[in-house]
Design a protein around this ligand. Structure first.
Ligand SMILES: Nc1ncnc2c1ncn2[C@@H]1O[C@H](COP(=O)(O)OP(=O)(O)OP(=O)(O)O)[C@@H](O)[C@H]1O
Length: 355
């Protein structure tokens, strides 16, 4: 299996949270342009609004901002909004793209006053670059090392004030000295279905797609709390509505389309359901070891662990216990199966070969 620059497993799943080529092509057109247009994330939005208003009133540069949260929740979008609200240009790069301190020095020294530097996956920057960033954030200065060995000298370089917007999927991975240098940290949550409905209506308007409220609700419920997935499912449902109907997305059309694409009512796809199905039918709900489960579904261990399990755990359908993987009662209900009588979270072995 391979991983993308965010550390997420690369798959061709319709419900993947990371961006594929088509997403990148349409996302620019779908991004909200200001805080008022940005849906959901009330707390982050309100706090950020205060930070930006205060900076504008002072006529200065906004404090550095750290955004944490899962892929596809709107971190890049928010960073662009920050720049737009400050009337500043934005430069976009990512931690893995900065392997040497010199790469970072080149970017920092070319920033203009007030510019926003968006550093995606900031936790994946190299150590020397990270140390250079500490000084740049705090003192708007970097030491550029010229030469090598004993003759090397540090030449201080003044930087114009800028705003760093760092994004990370895991704030806990950031070293405390880096975390402490951000004036504001916003944690992005998964979106509620009603918020995703608004995202879908907004995107449908921009893409010139006709959609009924029930149709949007049907897509929202299957979008795993993630706007990027909601937008992708909307595009696939639009295709279906065009080919199989008159183009209007109703509840029934959305449900039929997403059934064809094998995305179920809770947003589980074929792989997710195969894992649950094996856990329930073959192992009576567990506990069962990861390797055994992976063999049962004919997948690699990593695929089950990295691709399927995180969402199943988040949805409360599967638990990882020291004794192995265990299905919850909600998993039995979701697949329409009856749990063996003594099944519990500790995982009775009763009904090993399933109901
Ligand atoms: N609050 C929102 N309202 C409307 N659309 C949103 C919102 N958040 C995200 N989107 C849409 O979802 C898509 C993905 O958002 P974005 O690229 O900002 O996510 P991200 O968190 O930066 O993801 P990654 O970490 O993978 O880069 C964009 O097309 C954007 O238009």
């Amino acid at each position: 299996m391979t991983w993308d620059e965010t550390g997420e497993a690369v798959t061709d799943r319709l419900v993947a949270a990371s961006a594929d080529g088509e997403d990148r092509a349409v996302e620019a057109a779908l991004r909200p342009k200001d805080l008022g247009e940005f849906i959901g994330q009330e707390r982050v939005r309100e706090q950020l609004d205060l930070v930006l208003r205060a900076a504008r009133a002072r006529g200065g540069t906004a404090d550095h901002v750290l955004l944490s949260g899962a892929p596809g929740l709107g971190k890049t979008t928010l960073s662009m909004i920050i720049a737009a609200e400050m009337g500043a240009p934005i430069r976009i790069t990512s931690g893995p793209a900065i392997q040497h301190a010199g790469d970072l020095a080149a970017i920092l020294s070319s920033l203009t006053e007030g510019e926003v530097l968006f550093l995606d996956e900031i936790h994946r920057m190299s150590r020397p670059a990270e140390e250079m960033l500490y000084m740049a954030m705090e003192d708007f200065r970097v030491d550029v090392i010229v030469g090598k060995g004993p003759g090397a000298t540090a030449i201080p370089l003044e930087l114009p004030p800028f705003t760093l917007v760092g994004a990370t999927t895991r704030a806990g991975l950031l070293p405390p000295p880096l975390r402490d240098r951000f004036g504001f940290t916003g944690h992005m949550e998964f979106y509620a279905p009603a918020e995703l409905e608004r995202v879908i209506h907004r995107s449908a308007g921009l893409l010139d797609v006709d959609i009924e409220p029930d149709g949007a609700a049907e897509i929202a419920g299957r979008s795993r709390g993630t706007p990027r997935i909601a937008n992708r499912l909307l595009r696939r449902v639009r295709d279906y509505a065009q080919v199989k109907a008159d183009g209007l997305i109703t509840k029934e059309i959305a449900a039929r389309a997403l059934d064809v694409y094998e995305v179920d009512l809770r947003g589980l796809d074929r792989l997710d359901r195969a894992v649950l199905d094996a856990l329930l039918r073959l192992f009576g709900g567990g506990p069962v070891g990861l390797s055994t489960l992976a063999v049962a579904v004919g997948e690699e261990r990593e695929t089950v662990e990295e691709v399927a399990e995180p969402f199943l755990v988040r949805e409360g359908l599967l638990a990882r216990t020291p004794r192995g993987r265990v299905a919850t009662l909600a998993a039995w209900a979701h697949l329409g199966l009856v749990p063996p009588r003594h099944n519990d979270a500790g995982g009775s072995q009763q009904g090993l070969f399933g109901p």
